[in-house]
Ligand binder design. Structure first.
Ligand code: GDD
Ligand code: MG
Length: 364
């Protein structure tokens, strides 16, 4: 089977992390976001994956080459010279996606869930029409594409409204699709949006269906949702009794849902959890309290620091008795001084912070 992952765009909403790495390479649960998707696609029998890239392609190529071997798949880079939006990249990859008449998957690169590719393909095959999109329910639908059904059919989509201003429903596009190659005939090679142009056109012909997602889902393309998605993902690992999680018998684990790279070091009398991921080579001092946070590789949290709802970027350090909370994000190589308080700060790479950040702010 074939798949295309949309990995373009500048990931501006995930700054300052995306100032250092393209969004798909930012580690979610200690692995680049895109790793989770390639792994799930390979497990579902996909052998040809197209990565639709327009931003820093060279760094993506390097990272992805290893996955070809690891998952025994072919990964082809389809590089746009100008951003082609969310539909144009499908046309650009027509040679691969349309090489035979079997359907292909399309994924947004920032969505996390249990990826039910096999079930989706089976459902799509059964209704026999042009496209199927995975849908999920959310409380705040205005940030997403919303789908509307008529009462006469359980899965045929009547209308697709991207980022509605007025409430039209709470079932949204989860950013995972399967299409018959015939959809490529509808798309022109130019910057064009699948949500604004292609979906409404397929709906009009009554050829677009929805497939309800079971379990958790999150678009982790912004810090608040990245943290929320981390909690959901870790909870799903706990539910599955995953061996990847740090055992709750470890004296520092508090409330479970802790995922720690084996190379990380933890000091004495720490309380860590629930919902914490700790990347490779992280060093945590003594008496540290961590909850609902993500520590990326090489970062350091010094003695007695208190960190909650925070992403600590690569190689950053948090000073002794410092307190970070309220969706604080430290970019690469940030230093937070001893006893400093940061409330919802977004700190750009390589900064040293010696003064408190009392109200949410971007510090550059
Ligand atoms: N190749 C390429 N070229 N990819 C692009 C481009 C481009 O010009 N622009 C955006 N992308 C990729 C992004 O990297 C991302 O993987 C995907 O397209 C969607 O872009 P986002 O910027 O993340 O869109 P969104 O989150 O606002 O909304 C989309 O996702 C929601 C679900 O998370 C829409 O598809 C919504 O309908 C959907 O509900
Ligand atoms: Mg998104």
């Amino acid at each position: 089977m074939k798949a295309l992952i949309l990995v373009g765009g500048f990931g501006t909403r995930l700054r300052p992390l995306t100032l250092t790495l393209p969004k798909p390479l930012v580690e979610f649960a200690n692995k680049p976001m895109i790793y989770h998707q390639v792994k799930a696609l390979a497990a579902a029998g996909v052998t040809d994956i197209v990565l639709a890239v327009n931003y820093r392609p060279e760094i993506m190529t390097e990272a992805l080459q290893k996955y070809e071997k690891e998952f025994n798949v072919r990964i082809e880079f389809s590089v746009e010279t100008e951003p082609l939006g969310t539909a144009g990249p499908l046309k650009l990859a027509e040679k691969i996606l349309g090489k035979d008449d079997t359907p292909f998957f399309v994924l947004n690169s920032d969505v996390i869930c249990e990826y039910p590719f096999n079930e989706l393909a089976e459902f799509h095959r059964q209704h026999g029409q042009e496209g199927t999109i995975i849908v999920t329910k959310v409380e705040e639908p205005s940030k997403y594409g919303v789908i509307v059904h008529k009462h006469d059919h359980p899965s045929r989509i009547d209308r697709f409204v991207e980022k509605p201003i007025e409430f039209v429903g709470n079932r949204i596009n989860a950013g995972i699709y399967i299409f018959n190659p015939s959809v490529l005939k509808r798309i022109e090679l130019r910057p064009t949006s699948i949500e604004q142009e292609t979906f409404p056109a397929i709906c009009k012909d009554g050829q677009l269906h929805s497939f309800d997602l079971e379990g958790f889902w999150m678009d982790v393309g912004q810090p608040k949702d990245f943290l929320a998605g981390t909690c959901l993902y870790l909870s799903s690992l706990t539910k599955k009794n995953s061996k990847e999680l740090t055992p709750v018998s470890e004296p520092f684990v508090y409330g479970g849902n802790v995922l720690m790279d084996p190379s990380a070091k933890v000091g004495k009398n720490c309380r860590i959890g629930p919902n914490v991921t700790i990347g490779p080579n992280v060093v945590i001092g003594d008496g540290v309290r961590l909850q609902r946070c993500v520590l990326l590789s090489g970062s350091k949290v010094k003695d007695h620091a208190w960190v909650k709802s925070t992403i600590v970027g690569w190689n950053s350090s948090v000073g002794r008795w410092a307190r970070l909370e309220n969706v604080t994000v430290l970019g690469d190589d940030v230093a937070i001084g001893d006893e400093v308080y940061v409330n919802g700060g977004s700190i750009l790479p390589h900064k040293t912070i010696k003064q408190n950040v009392d109200v949410p702010a971007i510090i550059m």
